[in-house]
Design a protein around this ligand. Structure first.
Ligand SMILES: [Zn+2]
Ligand SMILES: [Zn+2]
Length: 258
């Protein structure tokens, strides 16, 4: 399975920089998990292949360019872009994003070929398919309804925490997997901002270190993501100081293969 954390920003030469402002993971060039930077960081080839987007929660950093992405493709979509989310997240996207005020309600619109966007409600705790992937979604502990995901292609399995603080159900599902190749988990704030992390339901390196004690698998890659760019260096130092084997910070733009 190939996974790329899409870049959010680029330097003057157009090279992706390491600061992650927006969240969008691209799996096997065709399925997106969240859509923060989807309209700004896909190659043309990738743009033509993405047909399915799983939205874990409706925060701006996870959906910022989703409306623009569909807008760009509007005349050429021969089938609707499928947006997979829990019913409560779909309701929030319709109310707060695709509401004719912030942006048009694409789920009501058609081009020459038919509807341009379709919501696919996803179940909680029960496997469902998205393209060639089998996915389980499980609620995590964030300030809006949010799901973590375990994604498998039959050979490789990768878990995505999405945005969360201390949580239980996610680990039950993750630990029940026979094999897990990688865990992508958030580490948003440095330790000195533990209070803000707590009220906004995110991890610091210290709370992540505690949380990872719930993980019973060994030896998989653990990739920290969602580091707030302003505190990136500090968070990286604190993550390194945890001395957790195979814990590293995921680089935006790089293609990882498991
Ligand atoms: Zn969030
Ligand atoms: Zn976020």
């Amino acid at each position: 399975m190939r996974i790329q954390l899409l870049p959010s920003t680029f330097d003057a030469q157009g090279v992706a920089n390491l600061e992650q402002r927006l969240t969008c993971f691209l799996i096997d060039d065709c399925v997106a998990v969240d859509a923060g930077s989807i309209a700004i960081a896909l190659t043309n080839e990738q743009r033509s292949r993405v047909k399915d987007i799983i939205v874990t929660h409706p925060h701006m950093d996870h959906v910022a360019s989703l409306p623009i992405f569909i807008d760009d493709l509007y005349p050429s979509l021969k089938q609707p872009m499928r947006v997979h989310a829990t019913p409560e997240v779909i309701e929030l996207l319709e109310r707060d994003v695709f509401n004719w005020n912030l942006y048009p309600r694409f789920s009501d619109l058609k081009n020459d070929y038919g509807p341009v966007m379709e919501y696919v409600p996803i179940p909680i705790g029960k496997p469902f398919n998205v393209a060639h992937l089998n996915v389980v979604a499980v609620p995590v502990n964030h300030i809006v309804p949010t799901v973590g995901l375990v994604v498998s292609d039959g050979q490789t399995s990768v878990a995505f925490s999405s945005d969360t603080a201390e949580t239980e159900e996610f680990w039950r599902i993750v630990n029940a997997m026979k094999d897990l190749d990688a865990l992508l988990i958030e580490a948003s704030f440095p330790d000195r901002m533990a209070k803000l992390a707590e009220v906004s339901r995110h991890f610091t390196p210290a709370s992540l270190g505690q949380e990872l004690k719930k993980l019973t698998h060994n030896g998989m890659d653990i990739m920290a993501v969602h580091l707030k760019p302003t505190y990136r260096d500090e968070i990286v130092d604190q993550l390194n100081a945890l001395n957790i084997p195979k814990l590293s910070v995921m680089e935006p733009g790089r293609i990882y293969e498991w």
